[in-house]
Write a protein that binds this ligand. Structure first.
Ligand code: YH5
Length: 286
């Protein structure tokens, strides 16, 4: 399959070259986040962790202040601002890092953009009122993730009336049309099927297996599978034992077209990506 995805994103003063697969390092600033258990809630812990991920080769750091575990309720906007904005400011000012912000709140998007964030990552795909306008105004790239419903009401056994990848593709088409109508340039969009968001393990495995069909829209694909329960459920591993399973998923995602991989463990994922990418390059030569 020939990928026509835009390969250079304009992220404020940074550029993100997605002509080959890149890594987004996860930086949780929630006190209750699942897999870091709030260990990075302290500001300088967060900053040291971001520095380490950049040193390991992360192209971008994703700062998130909302726990999206099933059943979690969104934090008040002010609390999310207090968690996220000081970290974004510091990463931009001291490290000149490319920072994305994992948020659904238009206020957080605006404040983050004013502080120099280079990308918005929204698990709700800019469905909150005012979110499209906030992103359009700053011209930043945005990742539109698929989720059926909200984290608050993500079902235990979500149901899709069609193959899950068809449902995700229809969702993407509608969101891309809304974003373009709202003034966001198509070249600034990324798509993410939302592994673990209102999906059973079988849905998640099938989505990865069929990931290549999501290239149909010609937009770069992002994936986030790091440490998620699809690994735990298949392998019977606790959260801290899911790295090796996750590396297998990373390799398959790259082979199926993913260009941005959202992960906790940057160095091992970059090795997996580079190994996979080298094999793929050999296959495309004459
Ligand atoms: C994503 O897939 N996910 S937050 C449960 C875990 C481990 C990690 C039980 N934000 C995504 O990372 N943004 C999140 O173990 C995201 N894509 C995009 N674009 C959930 C998360 C996690 C959940």
């Amino acid at each position: 399959m020939i990928s026509t995805a835009a390969t250079l994103l304009h992220c404020g003063r940074h550029r993100l070259d997605l002509s080959y697969p890149r890594v987004m390092g996860i930086l949780n600033v929630t006190p209750d986040s699942f897999s870091d258990g709030g260990r990075y809630v302290m500001r300088d812990e967060a900053l040291r962790h971001a520095e380490a991920m950049l040193a390991e080769g992360a192209a971008i750091i994703d700062v998130g202040g909302e726990s999206t575990r099933p059943g979690a309720t969104p934090p008040p906007t002010q609390q999310e601002l207090d968690r996220v904005i000081p970290v974004v400011e510091y990463l931009v000012r001291e490290l000149d890092a490319l920072v994305s912000v994992d948020t659904s709140s238009p206020e957080v998007m605006r404040e983050a953009a004013e502080c120099g964030a280079g990308m918005i990552n929204d698990v709700r795909g800019l469905r909150r009122p005012g979110a499209i306008e906030a992103v359009a105004r700053y011209g930043l790239p945005v990742c539109l993730m698929h989720m059926l419903g909200e984290p608050e009401d993500m079902q235990q056994s979500p149901h899709y009336d069609e193959p899950v990848e068809r449902a995700v593709l229809s969702f993407f088409k509608a969101r891309v049309a809304d974003c373009e109508a709202g003034g966001i340039r198509r070249e600034q969009l990324l798509l993410d099927p939302g592994f673990g968001f209102a999906k059973t393990t079988q849905h998640n495995l099938r989505l990865l297996s069929r990931l290549a069909v999501l290239s149909e829209l010609g937009l770069p694909l992002m994936v986030g599978m790091s440490r998620k329960s699809m690994i735990g459920n298949v392998l019977g591993r606790a959260v801290e034992e899911r790295l090796h399973g996750g590396l297998a998923l990373t390799s398959l995602a790259v082979e199926r077209g993913a260009r941005l991989l959202r992960v906790h463990d940057v160095a091992p994922n970059i090795d997996a990506i580079n190994m996979t990418w080298n094999v793929l390059q050999e296959g495309t030569e004459l």
